[in-house]
Design a protein around this ligand. Structure first.
Ligand SMILES: *Cc1c(COP(=O)(O)O)cnc(C)c1O
Length: 376
């Protein structure tokens, strides 16, 4: 059996070597490392793939979130609501911009922002909501957009983990996660579903004015050379990363399908066990692209299971071990533990298994057998 890895980027590279190498070679031959034609081509390719009017490439997913928020008319002290159970980047940029992060609990089933908790957290100071499509599963955008409209709030989607996922609406339409709110942000960190070979990110919007504003912000607030109209940042996707992404974007759907197939096999083997709650697999939509495959371990020793798997050479991880509201940097006297019951529960129950595009049946069987052997 091939050695199991949390993310196997080497095997994936081996299968796309020629396309990636020739795409990178082109950058080297043309010497256009910054803002080369590959970056513009990727922007167009991604706009077409997502069905969104504007893609603004930038340096990483954290920048993408920050720039997205800089483009909106938010003022220091404005409250921005986001999920307690996510990667710190989401809340970090809110705090950096001197906005007030308001963390709220998540839903026990989809692990995304709880609609009830979101509604309860809205005050006259609330200006924006940042839903995170955590682990690759689309948040309930229909409900979130309805609430946002009612209260006149911006919606900034953190789509770092769910590129390619679909959000389904009750009228039957589907839209790509990240393109539904006023603005969306994603990351091309190597292990993400669409990963570069270094850092990268992008912002999406259907709003022409906002897109124009964002294009200036990523480039030092410049709209005309050496005229700085707003305070901006320097955040660029470099041409070599764009070249890698141009080679990989045509494979994204196939890659997400490979993740869903692996997830289906995991769930088939594990679901129904008394100590396991496995992610459900939706067969009629692609609302989950399995950036992570995350189990909940109930009434059993989650940490013991983790050690058992590590001892057997099976990598696994706890995403995330500490709720954001309990992190020193984000403590707030207004938070009460009873408002975070689900996050507090999830941090003790979750375990993420190896998930990538190259998992084979033997590996999946070895992993699931090892889990069942421990839990028996
Ligand atoms: C990865 C990630 C980010 C940040 O992306 P970087 O490219 O690493 O800056 C933001 N939010 C979430 C939910 C992420 O998983």
């Amino acid at each position: 059996m091939k050695k199991i890895q949390m993310v196997d980027l080497k095997s994936q590279y081996d299968s796309i070597k020629e396309a990636v190498n020739s795409s990178i070679q082109e950058v080297l031959e043309t010497n256009t490392y910054i803002n080369g034609p590959q970056v513009h081509l990727f922007q167009k390719n991604l706009e077409d793939y997502l069905g969104v009017k504007h893609v603004i490439p930038c340096a990483n997913g954290t920048d993408a979130l920050q720039i997205a928020m800089m483009g909106l008319d938010l003022k220091p002290g404005d409250e921005v609501i986001t999920a307690d159970f996510t990667f710190a980047a989401t809340v970090e940029v809110i705090a950096l911009l001197q906005l007030t992060p308001v963390l709220v609990d998540v839903d026990i089933v989809n692990m995304n922002i709880s609609i009830d908790a979101l509604k309860k957290a809205i005050t006259p100071k609330t200006k924006a909501i940042v839903p995170v499509h955590l682990f690759g599963r689309a948040a309930n955008m229909e409900a979130i957009m309805r609430i946002a409209k009612e209260h006149n709030l911006y919606v900034i989607e953190d789509n770092a983990q769910a590129i390619g996922a679909n959000c389904k609406f009750s009228d039957g339409t589907k839209k790509k996660a990240g393109t539904i709110g006023h603005v969306g942000a994603t990351s091309f960190f190597p292990s993400k579903n669409l990963g570069a070979y270094g850092d990268g990110g992008a912002i999406f919007t259907n709003d022409d004015n906002l897109a124009h504003k964002l294009r200036g912000i990523v480039n030092h607030g410049m709209y005309v050379r050496y005229h700085h109209d707003v305070v901006g940042v320097n955040s660029r996707l470099d041409s070599i990363q764009a070249a890698v992404l141009n080679a990989k974007l045509p494979l994204l759907d196939q890659y997400n399908l490979a993740r869903q197939n692996a997830a289906r096999k995991y769930t088939a083997a594990l679901d129904g066990h008394k100590n396991i709650i496995a992610p459900s697999i939706c067969d009629i939509c692609d609302c989950h692209v399995f950036h992570q495959y995350t189990l909940r371990i109930i009434d059993a020793n989650r940490d013991g299971l983790m050690q058992h798997l590590l001892d057997k050479g099976i990598p696994c991880a706890i995403y995330y071990p500490i709720p954001l509201h309990a992190q020193k940097a984000y403590l707030d006297i207004r938070y009460k533990e009873e408002d975070f019951l689900i996050t507090n529960q999830l941090v003790k129950e979750v375990i993420s298994l190896p998930m990538h595009t190259e998992l084979d049946d033997k590996q999946i069987q070895f992993i699931t057998n090892s889990i069942l052997e421990y839990l028996n």
